[in-house]
Design a protein around this ligand. Structure first.
Ligand code: G3H
Length: 482
């Protein structure tokens, strides 16, 4: 979708395959093809965004707030009619279970409605006058310009829209490239993007990130790079920009969120939460628990019960009832996870669960690895898949020191009961990460809460409220009482 036109594509295409399987039959399926766009289309899309923005003088950045809201409302209403189609594509393209696919769709719709409401409030606030000394000010928020937006494969709808929707509503014009897996599910929305917004406000490119995003960045005309994914891609794109000091970054990147289990933790509750945290969507969440610290005193009981529970999880197709583990969309992922397991085993770790590391179709069963040490790759790397490293500790300073040394700082889950132990710990943990989850696993939602991270985990903050601010700048009119 470029400058309001749906391109009739005559060039090369890439097949979008699914790795969906049934429990005993492997059925690799070609779901469709997407255009393999390159520099020519990328620059066309950029020109469309620049034209519609017209250095802040264009039709979209100057449009009345109520009209922009109407555009967004008509878009979300059309989107709601596509629920069934998009939920099916989520299951087929990225292997997300039915309840999780439905949840992703529904929370995205809710996010858009909440964004509209927050934007209305922002507008009401901007009508107020402020006074300091003899200077009155009428403060509002304005757009930043051209936003290049790239979303991740694990939340191709929700996380992409968590960037795109606030960027659009604040009056920016956008170029958006969907993730490699989860790209077809954008196609049911193309017509809505085309008809609900003026041409050039939303330009959508299909293709490889490097082929379409790099030429756009090289022009130096992008004002905001909005990306949820890995820091390698974010850094590579940022480096392409000739005036990167002018570039605003809205980034959600890697994390290695730990679970810390204290000796007095309620083990039933803890095991339930750690199972959800480590294995939901096969661990392919930036918020997944990616390393578990358990106190020496309860280590044996935890490892035994936790490992049994991991082996009881149900594997199957995303639409099967009660299924928790599903095929992985990335063909290379089981091989990568196996490498992490082999490295850990060669350095002294042992697989604690009977099924750990079993391969079938495009899947590898989550391996609970213990004892994990810091020289192992599975300790250092963000696995983003089904493998669970466990360490034990005697002194709480051990996991705290590890967190302080880590390159990441998104969230932590803390399990325990004694309020006098928990209270000071929460204060310390909050200085190391951005969200402390007490007796619960890590998660982004509800999406109204701030979502960010320290160090290499994020730049800027998302949430309905914060995202509107991340994609805008405060401007004001000042006048004197004369
Ligand atoms: O990949 C990271 C997502 O923001 C995780 O979101 O915690 O709602 O699964 P979630």
């Amino acid at each position: 979708l470029i400058n309001g036109e749906l391109k009739r594509w005559r060039g090369n295409t890439t097949k979008v395959a699914s790795t969906i399987s049934s429990t005993d039959t492997y059925i690799p399926t070609v779901l469709g093809s997407i255009p393999d766009m390159g520099e020519t289309e990328a620059i066309e899309a950029l020109d469309a965004a620049l034209g519609t923005y017209n250095q802040g003088k264009g039709v979209w950045p100057t449009m009345k707030v109520k009209d922009r809201i109407e555009c967004m409302e008509s878009f979300v209403r059309k989107m709601e009619t596509k629920r069934e189609e998009i939920v099916k594509l989520l299951m087929w393209e990225i292997g997300k279970s039915l309840p999780d696919s439905e949840k992703e769709f529904d929370r995205t719709v809710e996010y858009i409605y909440d964004t509209i409401e927050d934007y209305k409030q922002l507008d009401r606030d901007s009508a107020k006058f402020h006074k300091s000394g003899d200077v009155y000010a009428h403060i509002r928020r304005g757009p930043l310009g051209i936003v290049l937006c790239l979303g991740p494969y694990n939340y191709p709808l929700n996380e992409t829209f968590a960037l795109l929707i606030p960027a659009i509503i604040m009056g920016n014009t956008t170029i958006f490239k969907p993730a490699k897996h989860g790209v077809l599910l954008i196609t049911p929305l193309l017509e809505a993007f085309q008809t609900c917004f003026p041409k050039g406000v939303v330009n959508i490119l299909f293709g490889r990130g490097r082929a379409v995003a790099a030429p756009i960045m090289k022009t130096g005309k992008v004002d905001v790079l909005a990306l949820i994914g890995n820091s390698k891609s974010a850094n590579a794109l940022q480096e392409q920009h000739p005036k990167s000091n002018r570039l605003r970054l809205v980034l959600g990147l890697e994390a290695k969120n730990p679970a810390i289990i204290l000796p007095d933790a309620d083990l039933d509750l803890t095991i339930n939460e750690v199972i959800a945290g480590t294995t939901s969507f096969n661990g392919q969440r930036c918020t997944a628990l990616k390393v578990v610290y358990v106190h020496e005193e309860i280590k044996e009981e935890f490892l035994k019960r936790f490992s049994e529970r991991v082996d009881q999880l149900k594997f199957g197709n995303p639409w099967d009832e009660g299924v928790k583990l599903t095929p992985l969309p990335e063909p290379g992922k089981p091989g990568y996870i196996q490498e992490l397991i082999d490295d850990a085993l060669s350095k002294g770790a042992v697989i604690q669960n009977k099924k750990g590391g079993e391969h079938f179709d495009n899947y590898i069963w989550p391996a609970v690895l213990y004892p994990v040490s810091k020289d192992m790759r599975v300790y250092e790397e963000e696995q983003f898949g089904p493998v669970i490293p466990v360490l034990s500790f005697k002194d709480i300073e051990e996991p705290l020191d590890d967190m302080a040394e880590s390159n990441y700082g998104q969230q932590v889950s803390l399990f325990g009961k004694d309020v006098y132990t928990l209270s000071p710990l929460i204060d310390t943990l909050a200085n190391l990460v951005c969200r402390v989850n007490l007796n619960s696993s890590c998660q982004r939602g509800p999406d109204v809460y701030p979502f960010t991270g320290r160090k290499d985990s994020a730049q800027a903050t998302l949430s309905v409220h914060d995202a509107l601010r991340s994609f805008s700048i405060r401007t004001f009119v000042a006048f004197k009482d004369n």
